[in-house]
Design a protein around this ligand. Structure first.
Ligand SMILES: [Zn+2]
Length: 328
């Protein structure tokens, strides 16, 4: 089986990444009763990944037609009528241009903040649009496929419909409401079905790991507020963008809130005796988890330290060109 029916008429298709250090992503398809459906997240633009997805999705459509759950006369290119991009990160959004080729009538939706980031993410696209065919091909082949990916910048992506917080999204037997939350990204679009006690969590809550937070677009305060908002929901299942489904939503949410609070205390404790730089704090907090984790945790430590300054728990001191933090 290349997909999983995680709830009636909701299918999770795992799209593999062929690049080291990039995770597989769960692309969800919600089959609506009119024979069309919603894709929640667009997955990767990498050809191998996308081809895997397309093969699996084609098989799923064939199976649904065989079972009589999807009318035979519905053309393949009409099956997806909406693509909801949860946020701007490339594992969620870069597949949009490829998806548009197969589903040209699909309306691509995202929050205003996501739409703005996707629009301005690459100046190379502006150069392409000026219409130098040779240059266009050269840039496409040489830069788009190598340099842009290397520096993790992706082509500009146009959003057709801007999602608002609380907006209804009809999904057949599901009646979703858009929940816009900050934290991991400036405005992540989650889908909540109150009656079915279900939430698509994108990257905000994952089962096996805590989500990445770091400059320039994450907000630690936004993340903690979003987690409190989610903890107040009555849910029976969370459908994340990576890894396994979350079968105990409130427990997992509370576990993550406690984990972050514990790290906050650790950071305050580290700065109790003498002032510490971000590098010092990150080293003391994460060194036992290896050099790689220490390196990527510096951004997170920066966000948390600034949050603790705003809350009056730490004080920031200028020490030459560095900023150091000390407990108040
Ligand atoms: Zn993300």
């Amino acid at each position: 089986m290349t997909w999983l029916e995680v709830a009636p008429n909701i299918f999770s298709i795992r799209e593999k990444s062929y690049r080291f250090s990039q995770p597989s992503v769960n692309v969800y398809f919600v089959l609506c009763d009119n024979g069309h459906g919603i894709l929640y997240d667009a997955g990767y633009a990498m050809k191998l990944s996308f081809n895997d997805f397309l093969t699996n999705f084609t098989r799923l459509v064939q199976q649904l037609k065989l079972e009589g759950r999807l009318r035979k006369e519905v053309a393949f290119h009409d099956i997806v009528d909406r693509i909801i991009v949860s946020h701007e990160h490339h594992d969620h959004s870069s597949g949009v241009p490829l998806l548009r080729r197969y589903f040209p009538r699909a309306i691509v939706c995202a929050s205003a903040a996501t739409a703005a980031l996707l629009k301005h993410q690459s100046d190379f696209v502006l150069m392409q649009q000026r219409g130098f065919p040779m240059l266009k091909e050269m840039i496409k082949d040489m830069l788009m496929n190598f340099f842009l990916r290397l520096i993790r910048v992706q082509p500009s992506i146009k959003i057709d419909h801007v999602l608002k917080d609380g907006e209804e999204v009809a999904g057949g037997e599901y009646n979703f409401r858009v929940l816009l939350v900050t934290g991991h990204s400036p405005s992540q679009a989650l889908l909540h079905d109150e009656q079915h006690r279900m939430l698509f969590t994108s990257d905000l809550i994952l089962q096996d790991i805590s989500t990445w937070l770091g400059p320039p677009h994450s907000s630690y305060r936004g993340y903690m507020e979003a987690m409190e908002r989610l903890a107040a929901l009555d849910l029976s299942i969370m459908l994340p963008a990576h890894g396994k489904m979350i079968m105990h939503p409130r427990e997992r949410t509370m576990q993550l809130i406690k984990f972050r609070q514990l790290r906050e205390e650790q950071i305050v404790k580290t700065c109790a005796e003498k002032s510490q730089s971000i590098g010092d704090i990150a080293w003391r907090t994460y060194r036992e988890r290896g050099l790689g984790i220490y390196m990527i945790s510096r951004g997170l430590v920066n966000l948390v330290a600034d949050y603790l300054v705003e809350n009056g728990r730490l004080r920031a001191i200028k020490a030459g060109r560095k900023i150091k933090y000390i407990k108040t």
